[in-house]
Every structure is written in C-alpha cells, then in structure tokens.
Design a protein around this ligand. Structure first.
Ligand code: KG4
Ligand code: ZN
Length: 347
C-alpha cells in the first residue's frame, strides 16, 4: 500500500510517498519539502497570500518528484492523502483541490487528513509505538497535551489559553531582533547564555489542569529587554537562555499534570511523545527524556526533519485511516479551523 501525502497548510509545500514497513512502522519512499521561509522572512511571519501563491507554483512538480522518487507512477499509488486543515485557507484549498483532482483522474481513494492528527501519529510512522500514548503537540499555531487512544480517538488534557509555544519563541525572536522562524534562532542564542540571569515567571506552575499560558512570560521578557536597551549580544543570549529555561520548566510541570490525568482517561501510556516544530528544541527534548525516564516511559520524538511540517506525516495518517476504511469523497471541505481532540471531562 503506497500512499501519497500532500501538505500545504502553512509555509512548507510538501509531498511524500509512504508505505507500511516493518514492526508497525512506516517506510518513507520519498519525502519532498520546499520551505517558503525565505519568501516570508522579510515580514517576520507567514503572509497567507504569498504562501498560497508559492504553493500553486511548485506543488505539481513536487508531487511529480515525490511519486517518481518513490519509483512509482501515479497509477501505482493506492491512496491520495492531503492535509485538509487546520491552516491558512488559501494554502489548504490548493492542496485539497490538487488531491481531489488526482483522486478523480486516477480513481484512487481520497483521504482528507487533519494536519494535527498527522503530527500526532508521526511517532507510529517512525517508531511503530502502540496506543495509548501521551502526546505533547507544540508548533507555531498549537500547544496541546493529548491522550492518543487510537486513530481518531484523541482526548485533549490541556492546551494554551493564549500563545502557542512556537509562537512565543517566534515573538521573542522578533522582539530581540533575531530571524524568523524564531525557535531555532532563540535556541542557538540560548546555548551561550546564562539561564539564571533573568528571573522570568513560570506561568501556570502548579495549576491543577494541564493548561499553558505563555503571553505573560513573553511580556516579562520584553520588560527586561526594554530596561537594558540597547542590548548587547550577551544580553540577547542571556534573555534567550532565561526564556528557554522558563519554557522548559513550564512544559515539565504541565506534563506532570497531564501524566496524572492520562491515567483517568486512557490508563497506562506506552510512551511520552513530542511532535510539531517545537519538538525540534534540544533543551525541551532533553528535559522530556529525563522526565519520561523518571516515569518509566519511553520518550519518542521524531527526527528533526519530521518534526516540522512534511508530506510523510500526511501520507502516514492516510495509511492509518485507509487501513480502517476511513476515506473521504470529493465533497471533503477545506477547514481553516479543525479541532482534532475532544476536551477531557476531568473533575
Ligand atoms: O509544526 P511546524 O513546522 O509548523 C506549524 O506551526 O504547524 O512548527 C513551526 C514552529 C515555529 O513557531 C518555530 O519557531 C518552532 O516551531 N520551532 C522551534 C524550534 N524549531 C522550530 N521552537 C523552539 N525551538 C526550536 N528549535
Ligand atoms: Zn505543523
């Protein structure tokens, strides 16, 4: 079973072909990603109209490369999976209309995949882990703690009440004059910084529900930066290190709460899983590795190339759904907003 995956919800245009592999894992036959970062960098963030136009320009060639790179023709593909949201609607429409057209002319099943679900299932593609597992999904637009009980069975244990973690990294980078996307830049600066120089707040620490709040942390950092302006490179490094340390403390504390609530909704997890662009952060990965070890759990995070947006995760989610007969027809809608997890009912 070879499934083509198409991803156009944000600022990467991506296409990949994945097949089921050994030990429950997936086998990535091709994985083409074209980042638009250079086209958005001047604006300090993704410009939806620029993103949509850039997807149109490259998507057909990228699909061609993914299919031929897998050693196949379109006729040999068994399903066409596409991220139908959530995301920037112009880009989502381009991917979805392309996928529908391919499904129509090749008479292959169409699988309209939730982008967040694809991030959530990536640990099965890479490591073949079983259900249920505890997921930290953290990207530029989302921060959620989720009990992943099965394909299509997701219970949300916590979320952010304001900024997403990646968004907070991006905003901090912007206010410190670093490049976009901010996460990797802040992490790089933090390497040489002193994480204890600034006593930044740890919002939500000790709270009963596993929710996040990051805007107060970002504001506290801005106040420190304004007091010091103009900033030396040492100041910037220390601010980045202090910010990242605060984020790590918050993530570890919120995960502790989520682990407790997980038992109520899903029993004993097979693993602690991180996904989404923020899962590329080394400090967060190290902290989660330690925390999972202390809880007697395996820690699974995708390799860096599969943390950010990619087509392989869409293709894999397509395989997971196709195996269960969960296919879509040509009326599948493009969705700017598309919650994938049900909120947990925990007292
Ligand atoms: O999943 P993703 O590629 O796109 C979506 O938002 O769906 O995630 C991108 C986000 C950006 O906010 C970026 O700054 C953040 O992930 N990110 C990081 C790191 N690498 C990417 N945040 C912290 N540390 C990193 N190393
Ligand atoms: Zn994403």
């Amino acid at each position: 079973m070879n499934v083509l995956g198409i991803e156009t919800t944000c600022d990467e245009t991506a296409a990949a072909v994945v097949a089921p592999g050994e030990n429950g894992r997936g086998r990535i036959l091709s994985n083409e990603v074209l980042s638009q970062i250079a086209e958005h960098a001047a604006y300090g963030g993704v410009v939806p109209e620029i993103a949509a136009r850039a997807h149109v320009e490259v998507l057909d060639r990228l699909i061609d490369r993914a299919v031929s790179g897998a050693g196949l023709t379109l006729a040999q593909v068994d399903g066409i999976a596409v991220a139908a949201g959530p995301g920037l609607i112009g880009g989502v429409l381009i991917g979805l209309v392309t996928a529908k057209t391919l499904a129509l002319v090749t008479r292959k099943p169409l699988i309209a995949v939730n982008h967040l679900e694809a991030h959530a299932l990536t640990a099965r593609l890479t490591d073949g882990i079983g259900f249920p597992y505890l997921l930290l999904l953290a990207s530029g637009g989302h921060t959620q703690l989720v009990a992943v009980k099965g394909v299509g069975e997701y219970v949300r244990l916590g979320t952010t009440i304001d900024d997403a973690i990646g968004e907070a990294f991006d905003k901090v980078a912007k206010l410190l004059g670093l490049g976009y996307p901010g996460g990797p830049e802040v992490e790089r600066m933090a390497e040489t910084g002193d994480p204890e120089r600034f006593a930044l707040p740890r919002p939500m620490l000790g709270r009963r529900e596993a929710n996040f709040s990051l805007s107060g942390l970002k504001t506290a950092l801005r106040i420190e930066a304004e007091k010091l302006a103009p900033l030396s490179s040492v100041d910037v490094a220390d601010l980045c290190a202090s910010f990242q340390a605060a984020v790590v403390d918050v993530v570890v504390d919120r995960l502790r709460v989520a682990m407790r609530d997980f038992a109520t909704v899903a029993g004993h997890p097979t693993a602690l899983v991180a996904a989404g662009g923020v899962a590329a952060n080394g400090a967060i990965r190290r902290a989660l590795t330690t925390q999972a070890g202390e809880a007697g759990l395996a820690f699974v995070a995708p390799p860096l190339a599969l943390c950010g947006d990619n087509g392989a995760m869409i293709a894999w989610a397509g395989i997971e759904r196709l195996r269960l007969g969960l296919v879509d027809d040509l009326t599948a809608p493009a969705r700017a907003r598309w919650p994938f997890a049900e909120p947990a009912a925990i007292a």
